[in-house]
Design a protein around this ligand. Structure first.
Ligand code: SF4
Ligand code: SF4
Length: 418
């Protein structure tokens, strides 16, 4: 979809049946037709036909979309709502983004991301998150709320690691670190390396890889996203075999526009392990109650929620339990947990209530943004449930010789990472 005519053609597939409305989180919260998929499609049609002005009200309704794509999953007419939203943003003049240059630099330069990671680590070490939280409580509640995200940020040590003398028998996996995991969730990257190494894979971290480009793509920055895709294509071209992305949000984009030819090789951990014998992992069988959250990108974007559930059910000793309304967005929605805290917290509240009632030992999710949002909410509610990616959960279940604890993040991987 590149122009108004393309957008109009696809919006015409909507028969205005309204079946998507009960599944749309923004409609359920706001009860406003303009905040529903059907209403947004009508607004797109009005804009593209010139019957509506691109004013603040129209933008508020369109920009209010969380991009969860739950409407796509239930739509009987196959309306490609996510693509329509992306195309509409491209056609409309993008809003000014004063931080765009800085953000672009961070997304495309691993050195700059390492500086950002180091700053986050320093901020945590100096207790700035605690300080911001307490100052914010008195003067600025928003600052206190956003400071809770700092507590769960654990950047990884510098990549790549020194190769260790392990003989791979199963083949090579190339790890797509992604700017989010590389900055916010180092332990998950290390856990994946450890699990895959135990299974006989060699894990490589191709140099020169950059952000997947999803954030630019969804904000209308198609050229910037395409430039990032080309750089990733070049970085992974010299490495054969599957490309593992641990964040479902990145993976949706890499499968589509962001793949630039790589999409067919991109996979997730639960999918990669689906048909593998897990015996070499020597998993412990101590009882563990695991609640799981299926991110919208995993459920609606990739249609792979079942792979995560199936993997959990293969882990000895694990009792898996779904969070109620797992098909409903948690409110994380990329950066929306920061930019739209009212919506984010209203959507999160029932999940936290359910979590308190279920009292699991661990909550698992496959998206780093959802994980940060859930963990921050859990902390604000006074609960102590750790939030882990499936890779980290598996690493905690490895035999004693190579286990990674949920709170540790800097064990050298037993892996030929290069
Ligand atoms: S379910 Fe599909 S066809 Fe029906 S109103 Fe929603 S987008 Fe339109
Ligand atoms: S993508 Fe999600 S928030 Fe946006 S209209 Fe569809 S269901 Fe609603």
């Amino acid at each position: 979809m590149t122009n108004s005519a393309d957008i109009l053609r696809d919006t015409d597939r909507c028969v205005k049946c309204g079946l998507c409305l009960p599944h749309c989180p923004t409609y359920q919260i706001n009860r406003n037709e303009g905040d529903s998929p059907r209403g947004r499609i009508t607004l797109m049609q009005g804009l593209m036909q010139g019957a509506l002005k691109d004013d603040a009200t129209v933008r508020r309704h369109l920009e209010g979309c969380l991009g969860c794509r739950a409407c796509e999953t239930v739509c009987p007419s196959g309306v490609p709502f996510g693509d329509l939203m992306d195309a509409t943003r491209r056609v409309l003049i993008p809003p000014p983004q004063p931080s765009g240059a800085i953000r672009g630099y961070l997304l495309s330069h691993s050195g700059a991301r390492r500086v950002a990671s180091g700053s986050l680590r320093l901020a945590r070490g100096m207790g700035l998150g605690w300080l911001a939280g307490h100052l914010g409580n008195a003067q600025r509640p928003g600052m206190a709320r956003n400071a809770t995200f700092l507590a769960d940020v654990t950047p990884p040590p510098r990549w790549p690691r020194t190769p260790s003398p392990v003989t791979a028998t199963r083949g090579t996996v190339s790890l797509f670190t992604g700017c989010t995991a590389e900055t916010f969730d180092g332990p998950t990257l290390e856990a994946a390396v450890q699990v895959l190494t135990r299974l006989g894979y060699e894990v490589v971290v191709p140099q020169g890889q950059v952000c997947c480009g999803a954030m630019d793509h969804h904000a209308g920055g198609v050229k910037d996203a395409a430039a990032l895709a080309r750089r990733n294509q070049a970085a992974f071209a010299g490495h054969e075999g599957p490309i593992l992305s641990l964040n479902s949000g990145c993976r949706v984009h890499l499968h589509g526009a962001g793949g630039d030819g790589l999409g067919a090789r991109v996979t997730g951990l639960c999918r990669l392990l689906a048909d593998l014998d897990l015996t070499p992992l020597q998993l412990v069988d101590t009882p563990l109650k695991v609640a799981f959250h299926t991110p919208c990108t995993l459920r609606h974007g990739l249609g792979e929620a079942d792979f995560m559930v199936a993997l959990l059910q293969r882990l000895p000793g694990v009792t898996d339990v779904a969070l109620p309304d797992n098909a409903f967005c948690c409110g994380g929605a990329g950066s929306r947990m920061l930019t739209d805290p009212r919506m984010a917290d209203q959507l999160l509240a029932p999940k936290l209530e359910a979590l308190e009632a279920l009292a699991p030992d661990v909550l698992v999710t496959a998206n780093v943004g959802c994980g940060l949002h859930l963990a921050a909410g859990i902390r604000r509610r006074g609960l102590t449930v750790p939030v882990l990616n499936p890779a980290r959960l598996m690493a905690t279940r490895l035999g004693p010789a190579a286990a990674i604890g949920p709170s540790s993040g800097h064990h050298p991987p037993q892996s030929p990472v290069r």
